[in-house]
Design a protein around this ligand. Structure first.
Ligand SMILES: O=C(O)CCC(=O)c1ccccc1C(=O)O
Ligand SMILES: [Mg+2]
Length: 371
């Protein structure tokens, strides 16, 4: 059995978040990304989304490097090879170093196409069993502590299962203490996006009194050695995000004791196949995982939901509802969160329809590659 592909279309979209999102490295509101679409002769359409940002502050990839690598290297590889399963894609892409978000955008469209050809949901194709998933929300750095308290209150009222608060030097211990005082029973965690160094150990140790679920990526984006030192000095579990790009990185981080939890982002690790491998490995090694977010539009969000149905995703992810990000999402129905849960769609593939009108309205460029 092969996965027949007639053509791949890549569309560049420009969208704007409802509200600016601020992390330790800056503020973003404009979002540009690619929607990939793999089509067969039978009229099945599989969709993927690239999650790289306009500038390389989260990782080295950008919207423009995604275009270059997809067009000049990855799509030619797909054209030259027959696929028998979506897992073949990551093996075929191995000679191309890194560029995981570009790889993931294409692999995602093929996973969705494969599930639609088999008439099963993407969750089922991945081996996921959950019919609903627990979700949390990530709150950016706010102008004042009072703004943050109001925002946390809003999302706690909406039912989100855990609140992640972005921190940076000068916006950390006191701010988190204020949140903890007002919300004594809410599951709270912090995400530093690499804003600290080992010199900050005594400062970060103060977080141990605040009963946080975890602190995400406190140290350098490419580090797993210093994180092991910090984890040995702190009770609060460390969760790695930026540092983990593969199963190999995962194995090494666990062996060193660099973290107790891993945030799995499909784009950061090169696609669903590698994400699933990391999940399986962590399950075996008693490391909790959850699904991170990259301020995705509906297609990427749907992929995150499908991945989260795997049994090892025991902690709420960052997959909030569409309306937290967008006036109008590109899928229909949009992703809804009720009492902190998303009901997993059971329709074939990603389980949400593409709203072609909305998709066209945000598309600024498109290219078709015939197979
Ligand atoms: O709501 C989301 O999609 C996740 C928000 C988030 O925390 C984030 C957003 C942009 C870049 C990096 C991160 C992160 O998890 O570090
Ligand atoms: Mg993070």
């Amino acid at each position: 059995m092969t996965i027949p592909i007639k053509q791949i279309k890549i569309r560049k979209l420009n969208m704007r978040l409802k509200n600016p999102f601020t992390t330790s490295f800056g503020t973003m509101q404009d979002r540009a990304f690619f929607i990939t679409e793999a089509e067969d002769e039978e009229g099945n359409h599989g969709f993927g989304e690239s999650v790289a940002f306009i500038s390389p502050w989260y990782s080295e990839e950008t919207v423009e490097t995604n275009a270059h690598v997809m067009e000049d290297f990855l799509i030619p590889i797909l054209k030259e090879n027959k696929l028998t399963h979506p897992d073949d894609v990551s093996a075929l892409f191995t000679p191309i170093k890194r560029h995981n978000m570009a790889k993931s955008a294409l692999e995602g469209a093929i996973w969705d196409l494969y599930a639609k050809q088999k008439n099963i949901s993407l969750a089922e194709a991945l081996g996921g069993k959950k019919t609903e998933i627990d979700v949390g929300i990530s709150i950016g750095i706010q102008p004042t502590v009072q703004d943050l308290l109001n925002t946390v209150d809003h999302y706690v009222q909406e039912g989100y299962k855990r609140i992640k608060i972005k921190i940076k030097p000068g916006w950390d211990v006191d701010v988190l203490r204020a949140v903890r005082e007002q919300f004594p029973d809410t599951p709270i965690m912090a995400d530093a996006n690499s804003a600290y160094t080992l010199k900050d150990i005594p400062h970060l140790q103060q977080l141990d009194d605040l009963d946080l679920m975890m602190i995400e990526q406190p140290l350098a984006h490419d580090d797993i050695v210093d994180h092991a030192k910090l984890q040995a000095a702190m009770k609060t579990p460390i969760c790695l995000d930026e540092s983990i790009h593969s199963l190999e990185d995962t194995r090494k981080a666990i062996q060193l004791g660099s973290c107790k939890i891993i945030n799995i982002k499909i784009g950061r690790v090169g696609g669903l196949t590698e994400a699933k491998r990391i999940h399986d490995y962590c399950l075996k090694h008693d490391i909790a995982v959850w699904c991170g977010g990259m301020l995705e539009a509906g297609v990427g969000r749907a992929h995150n939901i499908a991945l989260t149905t795997l049994s090892g995703f025991t902690l709420p992810g960052d997959t909030a509802g569409s309306s937290r990000y967008w006036e109008k999402d590109i899928i229909t129905p949009e992703v809804k969160v009720e009492s902190g849960k998303i009901h997993v769609p059971s329709k074939p593939g990603i389980g949400y329809a593409i709203d072609r009108q909305v998709l066209d309205a945000f598309t600024v460029e498109e290219k078709v590659f015939h197979f």
